[in-house]
Design a protein around this ligand. Structure first.
Ligand code: SAM
Length: 216
């Protein structure tokens, strides 16, 4: 059966995002356009637009659409921004961001996931996404500073390298807390000062690496 994906996306945007208070028109438009079903296992096709996270292999997940949208809104993306994403996973969050900012730099520590995402970026012609395999807990110094940094895995505390790689006025969105549950933090850099607010409670897979939970 061929599914009506545009209709599934429109329903997802209306019921899961807009009705829950996410109203940024550019962000909602990106969710209407990006084919989420391409970022999930074909065996889970029927669930691609469901209101939940889904497994993507290697013990990792593609986050629930609402959480991706909430984090995207918290990042307050602007057209000229250069954004760093830590935790490429399926590539879905990077694809959403690619429609909203100038360039997305994304790092994934699990090589086969990074390779799958890279192939998808090519197929979908997302030429402003640059990816690599590595430990994103220490950021990606070559392209710093970034107007936005988004971490899609849970950290024990805010990685100092990511704070250092944030541009003045830039925003860092990062889940931080215990391994079992975290708070979604939004940090804005003002010169050498960092303003911090808590957005919501959340549960993410752990951020591993040097400034994460260490390497398992
Ligand atoms: N943003 C992803 C998406 O749209 O599908 C969801 C990412 S998943 C919740 C978290 C990802 O972070 C996993 O793929 C995991 O391998 C990755 N990760 C964990 N620690 C990392 C690190 N230090 N550097 C890079 N990636 C890391």
């Amino acid at each position: 059966m061929t599914r009506d994906y545009p209709q599934a996306r429109a329903r997802m945007v209306e019921t899961q995002l807009r009705r829950r208070g996410l109203r940024d028109a550019r962000v909602l438009e990106a969710f209407l356009r990006v084919p989420r079903h391409r970022f999930v296992d074909p065996a889970l096709d029927g669930e691609a637009y469901a209101d939940r996270a889904l497994p993507i292999g290697f013990g990792q997940t593609i986050s629930q659409p609402y959480m991706v949208a909430l984090m995207t809104c918290a990042l307050a993306p602007e057209r000229h921004d250069r954004v760093l994403e830590v935790g490429t996973g399926s590539g879905y969050q990077a694809a959403i961001l690619s429609r909203l900012v100038h360039t997305v730099f994304t790092i994934e520590r699990i090589a086969p996931l990074a390779e799958r995402a890279r192939a998808l970026f090519r197929e979908l012609d997302l030429t402003n996404v640059i990816e690599r395999v590595g430990d994103g807990s220490i950021g990606w110094i070559s392209y710093a500073p970034y107007q936005g940094i988004i971490v899609t895995a849970g950290a024990p505390e805010i990685p100092p390298s990511l704070l250092a790689q944030l541009a003045d006025g830039g925003r860092l969105v990062v889940p931080a807390g215990s391994r079992a549950n975290q708070s979604l933090l939004v940090v804005t850099r003002r010169g050498e000062h960092y303003e911090r607010r808590e957005e919501t409670a959340c549960v993410f897979v752990p951020l591993l690496g040097k400034e994460g939970w260490g390497d398992d």
